[in-house]
Design a protein around this ligand. Structure first.
Ligand code: URA
Length: 256
């Protein structure tokens, strides 16, 4: 049933073999292969500019203030110069996003951590390794999906993103979603899920069904953050259920 590679991925996720059953709805054929389609609402305007301090560049609204007109190159350049919130003072670099810009599946996490801030790429630390294994378990590599975060800059000491930081960054992510046009978004963790869906509900309540994001109603699923799964390995079986649902949805199987 399971090939050796997937067994190894599941083992790396910490999913015991007796839990590695195929979905009961066996409409699902064999794993691999993607392509894309969908849309999303225009991003909100960025916050107002602050007066420039003497020596440092001013923190200001992103330029231009409406990212919805930007192409990939323009967007990446604008993000790299963003000074719309105070995180620009403490970041090493911005962490834009990575992967297939025409991916069918988009993964959205919370914010860069120390390793991501250092390397400039999302999900490259321990949590990222687990995310890679989770994706591999459904036949996907990180190159085949598009991975981004709610925030493009690391919050100091990995604290939770603040509301004003999320607002300042939301236009960038909205534009990324609009450009990728994913068939499905997988929000990993409570910060991503709650901010995208504008809700206070827990991951436990939000997972297990398909939500619709924004005016374009982009299908969105929620699962646990890999960093949480590293702390609570007993929840990995639920994440595996979520991943199977993602896989079924991408392959036209029954959506639960
Ligand atoms: N956690 C996240 O949510 N995103 C990253 O890029 C890394 C860790």
């Amino acid at each position: 049933m399971l090939d050796d590679r997937r067994k190894a991925c599941l083992a790396a996720m910490g999913i015991p073999l007796w839990e590695q059953r195929r979905p009961a709805t066996a409409e699902a054929p064999e794993l691999p292969a993607p392509t894309a389609e969908t849309e999303v609402e225009p991003p909100p305007a960025a916050p107002a500019a602050e007066p420039p301090p003497a020596a440092e560049p001013a923190r200001s609204a992103p330029t231009p203030s409406d990212p919805s007109a930007l192409d990939w190159d323009g967007l990446e350049a604008a993000v790299s110069h963003c000074r719309a919130c105070s995180l620009c003072e403490t970041r090493t670099q911005t962490v834009f996003g990575v992967g297939d810009r025409q991916a069918r599946l988009m993964i959205i996490g919370e914010a860069p951590g120390a390793e991501e801030d250092r390397q400039g790429e999302p999900f490259v630390g321990r949590a990222g390794q687990l995310l890679d294994n989770m994706l591999a378990a459904i036949g996907l590599s990180r190159e085949q999906v598009y991975i981004a975060n709610i925030l493009k800059c690391r919050p100091p000491s990995n604290r939770d993103p603040r509301a004003e930081e999320v607002v300042a960054c939301s236009g960038w992510l909205a534009r990324q979603i609009a450009l990728v046009e994913p068939e499905l978004i997988l929000a990993v963790g409570g910060v991503a899920a709650k901010n995208l869906l504008d809700t206070d509900q827990s991951v436990g309540r939000l997972r297990g069904r398909v939500h619709a994001l924004g005016e374009a109603q982009v299908p969105l699923r929620v699962t646990y953050h890999p960093a949480y799964l590293l702390r609570r390995p007993e929840e990995k079986a639920k994440a595996w259920e979520d991943l199977q649902a993602v896989w079924r949805q991408l392959h036209g199987g029954t959506v639960q």
